[in-house]
Design a protein around this ligand. Sequence first.
Ligand SMILES: [Zn+2]
Length: 212
Amino acid sequence: MTPRHHPSDALLVDYAAGALTTGPRLVVASHLNACPHCARGLALAEAVGGVVLSDLPPAEMRPDALDLALARIERPESPPATSAGLPQDWIKVPAEVLASLRARGRRSAFGAWISPVTKGPGRARTYLIGMAPGRGVARHTHAGYELTCVLKGSFIDGGIVYGPGDFTEHDGDMTHAPQATDEDCVCLMATEAPLVPSDWVGRLVFPLLGVS
Ligand SMILES: [Zn+2]
């Protein structure tokens, strides 16, 4: 199924420019693996960037012109996607996501599990989060961005169902309690800062899972 919820243009532009830190880059890359629509848009943006560069009027070249031009068009390679060892029903994810799952395992509590993927910069964290059918993440808000891509199954949040490949972006303006539908759900999530629990359930569970 093609994703229906996509990263913002601003995020895709930053991704194309190589301006995202590791966590957001992995979450956007996972979405791109599942979304021909955004992958096409990204290819187009890159082609247009190349045309703009080649259309610049001739001028006397600065000695460092080549370096400057290369700096503008170079960006880190997208993390390679892999299907080797991919758990059943997951969309393709960057290889380092699976490597960290194998290396670090899971931490479970109350029908949810967490597996850390990357740390930093600062208080930023990226992790895999799994939810058993009907279980979810306790009500919380955020002290920065929270980017999520569904890797398997689906969750419901604010009456909207998000399925494989769907992408969400939230910040401190949003208080929510996403919950798996009637099947197991696994997401890749990048947060700028620990989740901020809105009630006692989160205050109890988040430290056990290591997300606060
Ligand atoms: Zn998309």
